[in-house]
Design a protein around this ligand. Sequence first.
Ligand SMILES: Nc1ncnc2c1ncn2[C@@H]1O[C@H](COP(=O)(O)OP(=O)(O)OP(=O)(O)O)[C@@H](O)[C@H]1O
Ligand SMILES: CC(C)(CO)[C@@H](O)C(=O)NCCC(=O)O
Ligand SMILES: [K+]
Length: 244
Amino acid sequence: MRLLIDAGNTRLKWRLDQQGDVVTGGACLFDSRQWLDELSPFGARIESISVSTVISEARRSVLVSQLVDLSGAPISFYWAESLRGGLRNAYSDVEKMGADRWHAMYAAWQQGLDGFAVVDAGSAITVDYVTGDGDHLGGYILPGKQMMLRSLQQDAARIGFESIDAGAGDPGRSTTECVQHGLVWLWEGLIRHLVADCERYRLQRIVCTGGDAVALLAAGLPGQHEPDLVLSGLAAIDSEAAGS
Ligand SMILES: Nc1ncnc2c1ncn2[C@@H]1O[C@H](COP(=O)(O)OP(=O)(O)OP(=O)(O)O)[C@@H](O)[C@H]1O
Ligand SMILES: CC(C)(CO)[C@@H](O)C(=O)NCCC(=O)O
Ligand SMILES: [K+]
């Protein structure tokens, strides 16, 4: 069995597969031990572990020791690359790109020959554009929903608000409404930009992943939801590495 892990700044996603068939999988907060509890019955049968991660080196060494305790299987970390299977990274310094972005792009690239945008609405929101020829045009990094709300709450003395979910983007008439509606207004702007860029760069599809993907789609993002995009890209790259 092969264990695949996508370790983000907020959550850890895992998938256990055997010859391409999913045995089990899930997602939990990075610092919770839920994933270890769910995987421990399989520990002895795990043959290899592959990881895509954007966490700090300190947290990565914690992750490695947890994985070593779980299973004696070899651990491989996969990072962003310049080129793979016709997909070309726009970064000149590819080591600086988050592995999750590259793995998500690679999964979407393997789905078809048309141009696409990948939106990963996680701790941070990333947007990446790829043409039908496999050229990554570049992308954007924005604060994610929780990050944005947390910074408003922590870094501004007089911004206090309670619930954060609203469907409206009209001008707010209280602090809570101004923050709630501000987020909707910002996301509507993001969606408008994305749609205009897809037209401009002739990208036919928008693929959306991450913890806030459903909310972004509900806010009007015209895309397809692929919750496991990063894990799928990681799985494909790991299979290629095993076959070579
Ligand atoms: N059950 C949940 N627990 C935590 N966050 C959630 C949950 N459901 C939705 N979210 C939202 O998902 C976001 C985190 O998304 P995700 O798990 O994709 O991030 P991540 O992969 O850890 O982050 P990144 O890759 O950007 O470091 C949070 O900002 C939050 O708004
Ligand atoms: C932007 C995040 C946090 C999104 O998970 C991640 O992809 C990352 O840490 N990236 C490094 C910077 C970059 O991609 O240019
Ligand atoms: K992510």
